[in-house]
Design a protein around this ligand. Structure first.
Ligand code: NAD
Ligand code: TYD
Length: 354
């Protein structure tokens, strides 16, 4: 896609990754009209965007992607040239508690957006693009060796990853059947500011700060490949503009960590920042019942993205984690707001019986 003026719908823009993508596009491309479409579920928070909300090229529409009529009328109203689709139910543990919510938003919601693009772009696809943001979890689990490439067969194990895999298949099916120009990326675990504290890193930061137990699933030996969220947003920018239509790109941090080692690293960073004697926070580590169907290891081979488009991660993990911890320590009000009310109920339901 060229950088000529255009109108882009970014779905899920009030969430963790979406807010970083909206921020990057609003600031970097003043000639683009950016419409953030978000239902503002528990995971969506307009405070995440307060630094760009008064920009003249930024617009917000509250809508649910599973509401066909609402989506069609927004396509009618804004005449989108492109969609960057991030809206999703995104937490594996919640998908185990309520799988159908994931089928609804991630599968049906994606199909409705694709159908709206088919209907309103009316087969005239010049300068149009549907960009789907997906996850490495669709590939399933690795053993001790190897990496996920774009050719790795899909093998999802959780209701979350199964719903994302289904949505990926719909995206490619709409490309093959109707010719809609699509691009897709499958990224590893992200971390950074504005991350909802149901996921490992922000949950541990919040619990260390408030002296609560640090619930490590199983033996803590599962491995994830962590990428700084702003590097993911940069990858989306590069693929959106320069990636090949009909292709998917793996995005990863070349940065594998066992959960237990990562939690210990966070403890030591936070002991220093909070002025606690070394080793204090590690005492909060509590091994709890494992997640059912828990994938052992994710690791991305991002060679295609690097070779074709020159993207590489910009930050070392320790540096990114320090930045992230600093953000949480400086934004107490944000964490207080998102952990009040419903969060307590969710936390109790998931952790009290483990
Ligand atoms: P998130 O849960 O923080 O945010 C999701 C956003 O989508 C929220 O703003 C929420 O309000 C919105 N939303 C949810 N259901 C909706 C609906 N029915 N209609 C409209 N809006 C709705 O998620 P995230 O971590 O920012 O992930 C964003 C995307 O990136 C997802 O598609 C996810 O699968 C993918 N992804 C995430 C990671 C990660 O590490 N977090 C890694 C790879 C890919
Ligand atoms: P999470 O952040 O939920 O991401 P995902 O499951 O999508 O990779 O979890 C990251 C890893 O941390 C995963 O192996 C599960 C583990 N984990 C814990 O050990 N304790 C926790 O409280 C959470 C939320 C996750």
């Amino acid at each position: 896609m060229s950088t000529a003026a255009k109108t882009i719908m970014i779905t899920g823009g009030a969430g963790f990754i979406g807010s970083h993508v909206v921020r990057l596009f609003v600031k970097k491309y003043p000639n683009y009209k950016i419409v953030n479409l978000d239902a503002l579920t528990y995971a969506g928070n307009l405070e995440n965007l307060k630094d760009v909300q008064s920009s003249s090229n930024y617009f917000f529409e509250r809508a649910d992607i599973t509401n066909e009529e609402a989506i069609y009328s927004l396509f009618e109203k804004h005449q989108f040239d492109a969609v960057i689709h991030l809206a999703a139910e995104s937490h594996v543990d919640r998908s185990i508690m309520d799988p159908l919510a994931f089928v609804k938003t991630n599968v049906l919601g994606t199909a409705i957006l694709l159908n709206a693009a088919r209907k309103y772009w009316k087969g005239s696809y010049e300068n149009k693009l549907f960009y789907h943001v997906s996850t490495d979890e669709v590939y399933g689990s690795l053993g001790e060796e190897g990496f996920f490439t774009e050719e790795t067969p899909y093998d999802p194990h959780s209701p979350y990853s199964a719903s994302k895999a289904a949505s990926d298949h719909f995206v490619m099916a709409y490309h093959d059947t109707y010719g809609i120009p699509v691009k897709m990326s499958n990224c590893s675990n992200n971390y950074g500011s504005h991350h909802f504290p149901e996921k490992l890193i922000p949950l541990m930061i919040n619990n260390i700060k408030t002296n609560k137990p640090l619930p490590v699933y199983g033996k803590g030996e599962n491995v994830r490949d962590w990428l700084f969220v702003e590097d993911h947003a940069r990858a989306i920018d590069v693929i959106f503009h320069n990636g090949r239509v009909g292709e998917s790109y793996n995005v990863g941090g070349f940065n594998e960590w066992k959960n237990i080692d990562l939690v210990k690293l966070l403890c030591s960073i936070m002991d220093k920042k909070l002025g606690r004697p070394a080793g204090t926070s590690e005492q909060l580590i509590t091994y709890v019942t494992d997640r059912p169907g828990h994938d052992l290891r994710y690791a991305i081979d991002a060679t295609k993205l690097n070779k074709e488009l020159g993207w590489t991660p910009s930050l070392q993990f320790e540096e990114g984690l320090e930045k992230t911890v600093d953000w949480y320590l400086q934004n107490e009000e944000w964490i207080k707001n998102v952990t009040s009310g419903d969060y307590q109920k969710f936390y109790g339901e998931l952790y009290d019986k483990r």
